[in-house]
Each structure stands twice: as C-alpha cells, then as structure tokens.
Design a protein around this ligand. Structure first.
Ligand SMILES: *Cc1c(COP(=O)(O)O)cnc(C)c1O
Length: 414
C-alpha cells in the first residue's frame, strides 16, 4: 500500500485549522456566520471589495462567508492545493466546473464509468453545444484516441461507483499535461485520506463533501480544488475581467464568480460547519471502514452464493495493481453479484444492519440493488456499457463492527 506522503495535513493540521484563522473569544471552532450582508466603515473599502483590491473582505453571502472560507481552507490543505471553492452539493461543484470553463464548440472527454447524475449532466451540457465523448478511462489509449483539436478537458473519477473500475489516473495525467488539457479528477470515493489527485497531475479536484468528508449523512456540500498545476494564462475561456493579477488564481476566480455569484449553488454556513467537524475524523473513519470493506469483500468472494465481487484491493480486480500503487486503501465502496439474481430482493430484505438506502460514505452501512434504482433511468443499454449487471448490489461500508456485519451478511445469504 502506498502511504500518503503528507499525513500531517490529514491527521494533525486539519484539527487545528479553524483556530489558525484567529477565532473570536478563543473559541476553537469557527463560528457559524449567518450574515448575508457585509458592511464597511469606509466606502473606499466597499468599492475595493467589488474591485478585488480590498483583500479578505466579504460582499454578499452567495459568494462565501467566513465559515465557508474556513472549510475551503481545510479542503485546500487536505488536497495539497492552492485554493478551493465550495458549493451546496457535489453536483453543484461539477456543474459549475463544466459550465464556467467550457463553451459551445468545446469538446470534453469523460470516463464512461461515472456517477449516474454526472453522466446525466454530461447529456445536459451536450445539449448546450459542448461535444462529449464517454470512453473507457481505465485505458489511457482510449482517452488519447478521443482527443481532438477542440478538446479542452478530461473528466474522470478515481474509483467508479458502483463497479469500482480504477481509471488510468497517472497515464491520463501525463497525457493531459502533454496536450495542455484541464484534467478534472472526482476524488469523492477515495477522498484525500486515500489519494491526492495532485500526485497524478490533476488540474482540478472535485469532492462531494456530502460523502466521506462530512461522513455522517447529515450535510450536503461539494468542492472544487485547484492544484496549481494548470497554466490558466494559456486557457482561452477565461473572461477578460478575470485575466488580472496572479494567473494561477484565474481558474478558481472564474469558477467562484460565475459558478457561485451568477449560478448560486452556494453552500450554507451551517452545512459548512458540520462538514468541517466531520472532516476532523476523516482519517480515523477511513481506516476503519476501508479495513472492514476489505474483510467483507474477501468473505463475499469465497461465499458459494456470490458470483463476482468488485473491490480494488482484491487481487481478482482488473486494476488491482494500479489501485494498490496509487491508493492507501481500497475505499469503503464495494459491489457484488449474486449467482442467482432472482434472489436479490429476498437477500437484501433479510439484512438487518445495512440500511436499504441510496447514498454513500455514511457512518452506517448502506446497501442498494443498482439496476432497478440508481441506474434505472440510464436503461439496459447504458448499464451494459458501464458494466452493470442486472443483479449487482452496491455496499457502502460504515463503522459497524466487522464481525457483526459479516454475521449479518451470512444470515441473509443462508
Ligand atoms: C455523490 C457523488 C457526487 C455528487 O455529490 P452530491 O453531494 O450528492 O451532489 C459526485 N461524484 C461522486 C463520485 C459521487 O459519489
């Protein structure tokens, strides 16, 4: 397994992050700032806030508050980036990234193994004149073959939900660097506890904070982090208004101005606070849930009623070597197929601990039959193309005791 090169950001610095901003009255948490308006004593400062010359000021809460800024600083440190913009949801972050950086006539290459709602969003931007190719991102050759002169961006996930394919993250990173393309990596399933996309030359990192970073299934949020590796000075789609000052900041400035100010999917301060608290136990939770996931994956694989088990840290996984080279652990996501798919509903109903629910990255284990639910709208053809069997069951492992969980699956499969 690959140790994270910088564990200090994850295990230590994140716990002291709020305090370092200078918190009022010695409180150790950033307060939940609820002001929508921000007033200035001097009108020169109000003018400066609009013209970008008054640093550290806030204008209007749609574009951020001190509480969302504190969370943005945490995510930037966790991802080893240069800046972050937070959104109301992960989808808000992805939508803002596509809509603020791409224009009609541009071309986007995306992995075909992708979160269902992101896949649906790709069809939306297709209707706005951005050409989209969905390719097998497990192979860098497939990505390279799709690139055209109008290609601006490549979008992949680390471990795909629900079939756990691992994209050729390093190969695609090198390709994007050579071709000058924006490389967007959705790190949601791995999180910065297992992987930093910056290490494979990602330009922008997406995290759905709703999942493992918040961790408790009680807050929604999303983030885009700039790794500082992309040269925005060469990017033609930056509006003239944002081509000022340090070119490294142009990309995120446009995402914040267009994505938050103009489009408005703003993270609320109280949600930002909850996500920040959740992030403090990220490393501990990931250690526990990933270890249980590996144990359950191994146990399922030897069970006579179970067919294929999909988990990147099983030697049987098609990208096992890639996953163990890149990631600290195999994540809390696994999926498996029953030998007799007609028993799927019966088996799931017999489980007593896992919640039969959609969603991922909770402290409680969640199970869902994939084809009739989250991939129902996609239809049988798209499911087949994404490698999703009709009897596939997805499991998001929580923090329950490993032996209790395995005993529950054992009972259900009897
Ligand atoms: C859940 C998820 C999203 C969307 O996040 P929300 O916060 O639910 O909008 C995006 N990408 C991946 C990989 C996800 O699992």
């Amino acid at each position: 397994m690959k140790p994270l090169s910088d564990n200090r950001a994850l295990r230590t610095d994140n716990l002291h992050s709020d305090r370092r901003f200078g918190v009022e009255h010695g409180g150790i948490h950033k307060p939940i700032h609820t002001s929508v308006q921000y007033a200035f004593d001097r009108v020169e400062d109000l003018i400066g806030a609009f013209q970008g010359t008054y640093k550290g000021g806030y204008q209007y809460a749609r574009q951020g508050t001190p509480t969302t800024a504190a969370l943005e600083a945490r995510i930037t440190a966790l991802e080893d980036g240069v800046g972050t913009v937070c959104f109301a949801t992960g989808m808000g972050a992805i939508a803002a990234t596509f809509l603020t950086l791409l224009r009609a006539g541009d071309h986007l290459v995306a992995s075909r193994y992708i979160f269902g709602n992101t896949n649906s969003l790709l069809d939306t931007i297709g209707g706005l004149g951005v050409a989209v190719d969905k390719v097998d991102a497990c192979s860098v050759e497939a990505v390279a073959a799709a690139i055209r002169p109008e290609t601006r961006m490549v979008f992949v996930e680390t471990i795909a939900n629900p079939r756990t394919q691992v994209a050729d993250l390093a190969g695609i990173g090198q390709l994007c660097r050579e071709r000058g393309l924006i490389y967007v990596v959705d790190n949601t399933i791995t999180s910065p506890a297992l992987f930093r996309p910056r290490t494979v030359d990602a330009s922008l990192v997406i995290n759905s904070l709703t999942k493992t970073i918040a961790g408790h299934g009680e807050a929604l949020g999303g983030a885009v982090t700039d790794t500082g590796l992309f040269d925005w000075a060469r990017y033609p789609n930056i509006f003239p208004a944002y081509r000022k000052g340090d070119a490294q900041a142009w990309g995120l400035l446009q995402i914040r101005k267009k994505g938050l100010r103009d489009m408005g999917a703003t993270l609320a301060s109280d949600q930002a606070h909850r996500i920040g608290i959740g992030s403090e136990t990220l490393a501990l939770r990931m250690k526990q849930s990933c270890s249980t996931a590996l144990a359950l994956a191994r146990w399922l694989e030897q069970h006579p009623k179970v067919g294929a088990v999909h988990y990147p840290f099983l030697p049987s996984h098609a990208q096992h070597e890639r996953a163990t080279t890149l990631f600290t652990a195999g994540s809390w996501l696994l999926s498996f197929e029953l030998r007799d798919p007609s028993s799927m509903v019966h088996v799931l109903n017999r489980l007593s601990l896992p919640l039969k629910a959609t969603g991922l990255g909770d402290t409680r284990t969640l199970v869902i039959p994939v084809a009739p639910t989250i991939f129902w709208e996609a239809g049988p053809e798209a499911r087949a193309m994404m490698g999703i069997a009709e009897g596939l069951i997805r499991v998001s492992i929580g923090l329950e005791d490993e032996a209790d969980l395995i005993a529950d699956f054992n009972r259900a499969l009897e």
